[in-house]
Write a protein that binds this ligand. Structure first.
Ligand code: MN
Length: 427
C-alpha cells in the first residue's frame, strides 16, 4: 500500500507584521492575511492530492492569540481536513508552548476519534492501523525547552511506518533559539522511517546517509525579508516497503525575494532602473499570481557609490514606479540597499584633495582597526536598552550581535559622510 503524508511546520498563524506600518503604501492587508491563505492552500492540497495524513511540527501559532478569531480560523481548517477523512496530528513548539497559550478552543476529533493536539506531558502516540502509520511526538510545555526531547521517544512500532514529530533546533541553527537540541545521529538511532521537524524556517534535510530522512519543511509562508523564496510543505510518498520519497510543494501567497544587481560596470545611476525591470521580467512569471515583495541590493564595486548614496531616495522612488507600472499589483518594493563598495584600487571619480583626502585615509584606517566594531556596539547598546519591546523581537531593529549588520552600518556611515562632503565641495 502506498501512502502520502503532508508535513508542515512553523505556520505562525496571524503573526504580527509590526514593521509594515513603517512603509508607505505597503500592501499590509495582503501580507497580514498571507498565513491564513497559505493554510487554506495546504488544506486544499491535502484534500485534492488525497494525502492520508497531515502533520504539523510546531509553531502553528505565533504566540497567544490576539483574539479568538485566530483559534477559530484554525478550527475551521482542521474541520475541513478531518471531514475529508484525513487525520491531523499537531505538536506545540516554543511559540505555541502549552503554558504560553492562555486561551484554547476545542478542536475537532480525528476520523478515528483521536485528538489532533499531542501531549506536552510525555511522548505521545497516534497509531493509525488502517494506514500502517505510527506518529510519535511531544508538544513543548514551556517556551524555552532545553532538554533533548528526542531522547524520550520510544522504540519504533513493529510493522508500521514510524514518523517522529519534533520541534527542535538540532545542533543549532543560525537565527533560531537552541531549543530541544539533539543530533541527527540520535534521531537515526531511533530507527524510525521519517523525522518531520519544525522550528528552523529554512527548508532542509539533515539525515545521516543510509538512515531515515530528517526534514525541516521550513515555514509555510515567509513573513519578512529574511524568509526568502518559495515556502510551503513537504509531501512524503511512502511505498509498500515503507521507503519514502519527499517532494516540496509551494503554498505561499506572498513571496519575499532579494533582487541583487551587480553595478560594477555601471556608467550612470539611471541604468539601475533598466536592470531592475529586466530582473522583474524573469522573476514575475516564476512567482505566478503571488505578491512579490522585493528588496533591491546593489552589489559590486563602483566609483559611483557616493553618487548612488546621495540619490538613494530618488533611486528608490524610480524603482518603486517601475514596480507599480511594470509589476502592476503583483510587486511591492520593500527597500533598496546599497551593498556595493568603492573599487579597492582606484580612487573615486571625483578628485580628492585636502580635507576629503585626509578623511578617506581616516575612514580606511578606521575600517582596518578592530576596535571600531566594539565601539559601535557599545554605543548602540545604550540605545538598544531604551528601545520599546516591539523593536527588539524576532526581527530586531538593531542587530548588534550580527557582524555583517554592523559592518554595513559602518560602510553606510562612511559613504554618507563622503557623499555629503563631496556634494558641498561641488557646490
Ligand atoms: Mn519554533
Amino acid at each position: 500500500m502506498t501512502r502520502k503524508i503532508l508535513h508542515a511546520a512553523d505556520i505562525h498563524l496571524d503573526s504580527p507584521l509590526q514593521k509594515l506600518g513603517h512603509y508607505e503604501g505597503a500592501p499590509a492587508e495582503q501580507i497580514r492575511r498571507a498565513s491564513r491563505r497559505a493554510i487554506e492552500n495546504m488544506v486544499a492540497l491535502a484534500i485534492d492530492d488525497r494525502v492520508d495524513l497531515v502533520v504539523i511540527a510546531g509553531d502553528l501559532y505565533d504566540g497567544d492569540w490576539p483574539d479568538q478569531n485566530t483559534g477559530l480560523f484554525f478550527v475551521s481548517q482542521a474541520r475541513r481536513i478531518v471531514d475529508a477523512g484525513i487525520p491531523l496530528v499537531v505538536i506545540r513548539g516554543n511559540h505555541d508552548a502549552a503554558n504560553r497559550m492562555t486561551s484554547s478552543l476545542p478542536l475537532p476529533k480525528n476520523p478515528d476519534g483521536s485528538e489532533i493536539m499531542m501531549s506536552a506531558d510525555a511522548v505521545d502516540l497516534r497509531s493509525f492501523e488502517s494506514l500502517g502509520i505510527a506518529v510519535h511526538g511531544r508538544s513543548f510545555q514551556n517556551r524555552a525547552e532545553f532538554d533533548n526531547l528526542a531522547a524520550g521517544y520510544p522504540q519504533p512500532l513493529a510493522g508500521m511506518f514510524n514518523l517522529g514529530l519534533l520541534h527542535t533546533s538540532l545542533t543549532g541553527a543560525e537565527g533560531h533559539d537552541p531549543y530541544s537540541p539533539c543530533t541527527p545521529a540520535q534521531l537515526a538511532d531511533k530507527q524510525y522511517d521519517y523525522w518531520a521537524l519544525g522550528h528552523v524556517h529554512a527548508r532542509g534535510s539533515h539525515e545521516i546517509q543510509g538512515a531515515a530522512p530528517v526534514v525541516f519543511s521550513g515555514n509555510l509562508q515567509g513573513r519578512h525579508i529574511r524568509e526568502l523564496g518559495p515556502k510551503g510543505c513537504v509531501v512524503v510518498k511512502i511505498d509498500e516497503r515503507n521507503r519514502c520519497a519527499t517532494e516540496f510543494c509551494e503554498l505561499d501567497v506572498v513571496r519575499w525575494e532579494i533582487c541583487r544587481l551587480d553595478v560594477s560596470d555601471l556608467q550612470h545611476p539611471d541604468q539601475v532602473a533598466d536592470r531592475f525591470q529586466a530582473w522583474l521580467a524573469q522573476a514575475m512569471p516564476e512567482a505566478g499570481s503571488r505578491l512579490l515583495v522585493i528588496r533591491v541590493e546593489l552589489v559590486g564595486q563602483t566609483d559611483l557609490l557616493h553618487v548612488l548614496r546621495r540619490g538613494l531616495s530618488s533611486l528608490q522612488a524610480s524603482l518603486q514606479a517601475i514596480a507599480v507600472t511594470y509589476g502592476r499589483d503583483q510587486v511591492w518594493l520593500e527597500s533598496v540597499k546599497l551593498r556595493c563598495t568603492m573599487p579597492a584600487d582606484g580612487r573615486p571619480a571625483v578628485d580628492l584633495e585636502g580635507p576629503l583626502e585626509s578623511l578617506t585615509a581616516v575612514i580606511d584606517q578606521m575600517k582596518r582597526e578592530e576596535g571600531l566594531h566594539d565601539i559601535l556596539v557599545e554605543e548602540l547598546s545604550k540605545l538598544a536598552r531604551k528601545l520599546p519591546h516591539e523593536l527588539c523581537g524576532e526581527d530586531p531593529a538593531l542587530r548588534l550581535d550580527d557582524p555583517e549588520w554592523t559592518n554595513e552600518l559602518l560602510e553606510a556611515a562612511a559613504s554618507e559622510v563622503m557623499g555629503r562632503l563631496q556634494q558641498e565641495a561641488e557646490q
